[in-house]
Design a protein around this ligand. Sequence first.
Ligand SMILES: Nc1ncnc2c1ncn2[C@@H]1O[C@H](COP(=O)(O)OP(=O)(O)OP(=O)(O)O)[C@@H](O)[C@H]1O
Ligand SMILES: [Mg+2]
Length: 360
Amino acid sequence: MTLIQTTNLGHKYRERYVLKNVNLNINQGEVFALIGPTGSGKTTLLKLLDLLEIPASGRIYFDGVDVTHSGGPRLEARRRMSFVLQKPIVFNMSVYDNVACGLRWRHEPKDIVRQRIESALELVAIAEYKNRNARSLSGGETQRVAIARALATKPEVLFLDEPTANLDPVATSKIEEVLAHIIKEQKTTVVMATHDMSQGQRLARRIGVMMNGEILQVGSPSNIFSSPKSREVAEFVGVENILGGVIIAKDNNLVTIEVNGSTIQAISDFIVGDMVQALIRPEDITFALSKDISSARNTFEGKISRITPVGPLVRIEVDCGFPLLGVVTKRSAEELGFSVGKKVCASFKATAIHVIKRWN
Ligand SMILES: Nc1ncnc2c1ncn2[C@@H]1O[C@H](COP(=O)(O)OP(=O)(O)OP(=O)(O)O)[C@@H](O)[C@H]1O
Ligand SMILES: [Mg+2]
């Protein structure tokens, strides 16, 4: 059942549209992640859905009721939602009192307040800190206080804006654990923004990819990974080798794709003559100094055109008649003596390629 629906939703700041034509359906009880690069409009969309700002255009329906503009239904709907900000604010008081804030403003009876706070503290695993001043907590703990404060009001919809931004990997995985637990226990509808595709994939059943204020694709994480609808989406989800070609032969499911005069073999249901795009992740490409015997169907000789170190890894771009990008560890790059201009063999398996219909 649809809980939140938007039609042609748009928003502008200083005459500039930062959100355009957003048509979204969020189902009751689902976990939906908005992913997109910084500035793509994730926070703006969450603010509109949380009814904090009035949209410049379009409509928002909550539980079937139009709540686009101010009025009774909008206030009523707001009470059923809760928002955890991108940069959570905690007040200079105990963790317990911080969590109590949301409830006191709602004038709930005392014993219900206490019960709800205790269980919210338990849910986010910070019950032991309840008497500590919230300002003395770490970033991850502060985030948990903010989540507990939102949960204490028993929202039907929980909006989370970048719940792990600025946290280290350990704190991030703790927050993700807390969220996964809440999602399982509470059956709350969760709409979260993140710029981390893998986080969206871990927590959400459906993902909406946002870029430049528009939702470019909505689908399950695996659908978005395997069939990105555009080059922007493909690149955002980490598919960096995007090779346009045409299928020239087929043997059962093994197809031969011609790409810039070279041929690539892949597994696909497409037929001879189809214009396709072969998508290959950099992690799926292996390098060697000479053609060795391997199970990889596709081996191409080429010269290294660029080497870019990224943390413990090195990105290697090779010109094989078409460009190929792979990653290796710093150590293997050193062992293999990689340098710009060096001849190498790049290989990838037929099964590592995802073939989709050509976009353009
Ligand atoms: N109050 C505001 N006044 C003017 N421009 C704004 C305002 N809030 C947001 N913007 C602009 O709207 C665009 C979308 O911003 P938004 O914060 O929604 O992006 P985001 O996807 O949440 O980014 P991030 O990942 O960095 O949080 C940006 O270009 C931003 O500069
Ligand atoms: Mg944001």
